[in-house]
Design a protein around this ligand. Structure first.
Ligand code: DGL
Length: 271
């Protein structure tokens, strides 16, 4: 009798879903897609409710739960929380409520940050909600309690990206103001702890060497690949990717262009 080894069952074909308040999560998505080109993908940008960093815990829990339920209806195999703010505020409360794997960015990357060679002082720039949660300091302290962390909120940076005002003089002033405060702490490295911030790298590197800035999505993408591989969940043939937003699809397509070229406008869904 002949046996056939089934390499790819139907569960493996299910998409990996990503979400963020807008285009920020694409900085994670494009790295995962490069590492795992055979996967199917969904992406939701909650542009109607952006910026998440200025929302309350109650609001963020409501948004995240609706998005998880939307992805549940799409039969996904995993959801990537490509958003620091929701990882900080909602992950612990919601993580056991759904039937797919959930990858939160902060909880995934802090062991790597805690072990960075020669880094004694680490700056963390993030949204007000992420900074007020102190999630980065708390997670890093689990692995390296001696590392000194200086957390700083950059309230305007997300809007600068979403409203594609990156090169405007007023934006450059606002970006520099935050870096000036951060430099007083004399950090060895600075974590761009909001997925929107890597869009600002061309401005940031005018004021500090590019190597100072750490984009945590690099180690996040590697960790996601490693876990899906270990769990035997990989797909072997790309079939589709699909983008959704809660408002303003044209704006999303324009703002995302630095990281990912969308072939068509994202579909609007009202959750
Ligand atoms: N990009 C998200 C983050 O990483 C959310 C930014 C926002 O909407 O405030 O925190």
């Amino acid at each position: 009798m002949e046996y056939k080894i089934i390499l790819n069952n139907t569960n493996n074909k299910k998409p990996i879903a990503f979400f963020d308040s807008g285009v920020g999560g694409l900085t994670v998505f494009e790295k995962v897609k490069k590492l795992l080109p055979d996967e199917n993908y969904l992406y939701f940008g909650d542009t109607k409710n952006m910026p998440y960093g200025e929302k309350t815990e109650e609001q963020l829990l409501e948004f995240a739960d609706k998005i998880f339920k939307f992805f549940e209806s799409k039969n996904v195999k995993a959801v990537v929380m490509a958003c620091n703010t929701t990882s900080a505020i909602t992950y612990e409360k919601l993580k056991n409520n759904y039937n797919f794997k959930i990858y939160p960015i902060i909880q995934s990357v802090c062991s790597t940050l805690a072990g960075l060679d020669g880094v004694k002082k680490l700056g963390v720039i993030a949204t007000p909600a992420t900074i007020n949660s102190h999630s980065y300091s708390a997670e890093i302290a689990k692995y390296n309690p001696k590392m000194q962390i200086f957390e700083l909120a950059a309230p305007n940076w997300v809007r600068i990206v979403e409203e594609h005002r990156i090169t405007q003089p007023q934006s450059i002033i606002q970006i520099k103001e935050i870096l000036d405060i951060m430099s007083e702490f004399k950090p060895d490295k600075i974590v761009l702890a909001c997925t929107h911030y890597p869009y600002l790298i061309n401005v940031l590197k005018k004021f500090m060497p590019e190597e100072t800035f750490i984009d945590p999505s690099v180690s996040f993408a590697k960790n996601i690949k490693e876990d899906l591989t270990k769990s035997g969940m990989l797909n072997d043939k790309f079939e589709y990717e699909k983008f959704y937003v809660s408002s303003n699809p044209e704006n999303f397509k324009t703002a995302s262009a630095l990281f990912y070229t969308l072939n068509e406008l994202p579909e609007i869904v009202n959750l």
